[in-house]
Design a protein around this ligand. Sequence first.
Ligand code: ADP
Ligand code: MG
Length: 570
Amino acid sequence: MENSIDAGASSITVRVKDAGKTYVQVVDNGRGMSDNDARLCFERHATSKISEANDLYAIRTMGFRGEALASIAAIAEVSLKTRNSSNEIGTLIRAAASAINSQEPVNTPVGTNITVRNIFFNVPARRKFLKSDQAELRHIIAEFNHAALAYPDIEFFLLHNNTQVFNLPVSNIKKRISGIFGKNIQQNLIDIGTETSIVKIYGYTGKPEYAKKTYGEQFLFVNNRFMKHPYFHKAIMKAYEEILPSDHYPAYFIYFETDPSAIDINIHPTKTEIKFEDERSVWHILHASTKEAIGRHNLSPSLDFDKEGIIDIPSLRKDQQINMPKENINHDFNPFESENQPFGLQRRSSDSYQDWQKLYDKKDNQDLSPGLGFFKDESDTAANEARYLQLKGKYILAPVKSGLMVIDQRRAHERILYEKHIAIFKKNSSASQQTLFPETIQLNTGDYHLCLEILDEIGKLGFEIRDFGQNSIIIHSVPANTAVHDIKSVIETLLEQYKNLHSELKLDQHEKVARSTAIASAIHYGKQLTIKEMQEFVDQLFACSNPNTTPGGRTILNIVKLEDLEKHLA
Ligand code: ADP
Ligand code: MG
């Protein structure tokens, strides 16, 4: 696609089969190549763009090392059909494993048509590392989107297994964004624009009420090249600081234009990290213009979101339509009374434990909870007395012999659910569900394919979700005990968490799904618990193989020692 853009194409079509594993084809109407250039383009350093050192600093085009085609031809079967306007007849080249196998004349329009088949056919070890079709397709879509967002004046098509995924006519940035992410996004964009001597910034930033709990709609470009820039991301996040809870991310599509010599692209074609000469200044310019954009649209502060995201007050403006809230709550449902399994934990066979306090009675069992060696005898347990106290809707407090035990309720629940999920996968059983009035959710293309990728697994955990086409899913049921009034947020959290774990190669799919669903379904801070509920909660926590930390390693509980309390009162 980069080569097609460099060749001045106004139309680019990408066709993939089996997520690219069978073939990837890119067809463009750019200037094409002569017979000779077509043969040369498979040689390393075939690039025609650098004739002197200074050119390196002034490159605006996408490729600049002349290695892409050579590398591709080394590990796949490539056929290239191309013609430029000075030739009546084009040329067709077949290459594989770095060798050109044939070249013949062919009838073909001006432009280039490259098909890459059987990637890694000659490097089977690498082929094994290709991910699932859904995962590979997501990568393809992500790259496709980067190019399509950077060049709204080029039309783009993407087809997968002969089905159209994107059809993006020539348009402006805003229409291109909605062509990719759906119509809904269009009225949620605020335009942004500044021009200074060091950088020109333009594009869109999302309205706060459109912010989501998942990443996927944040894009930065410099000189029409997609870039990742965590430092600039912070500049934008900071502009939303007072109006968004910390776990919500605004959409943004921001384009920078700068003198190419003022940035360092790292001289690597696949690098998306880009260094600006004067990053601090650009940071401030970006931050200020984002804030200005938000302010201009009268959307600034006044909302006092709780930092923990307990309450979700939608902001309302004059032009906004008010819909009747949808009744979606099962009024009979009490998470703490279902089948004596308040938090959905399947009790283990009775011989493994009875109550957590008994567990800690046994001196030889102390290693189950290294941090809790305090529980030496019966009198050292809080559960006997059931003197539980909930603090700030966040902590469960219980007196123990050595002091005061503090349990983080959300993290504890995460651990409980995680172990339950792992048990389900191991036993190949399924979780109890609560059925909903089916609800559809629109996702962006990346999240949509991610969701399809894990559909089967999350199904076993109680999320009965089906593909609803056109980037939407339909939810028929969720695990028992999930807060049904906020399904969308549960799904968003789930996908976000799964994405965060995606690069952790050491974790298998079950582990990732078990973890992310646990985080998504865990009770929130602010959830009031009765003494009985707290008791059951603690029981279940101490039935876990590791009650001390969440699967991600965060501390669930701690003991404030009596001596320390005494110190405070000394
Ligand atoms: P680079 O893009 O870094 O120059 P590539 O290996 O991607 O290196 O391509 C090598 C050369 O082949 C390009 O410099 C260009 O001259 C030519 N080429 C590749 N793809 C196309 C295309 N779609 N249309 C016209 N020329 C192309
Ligand atoms: Mg290239």
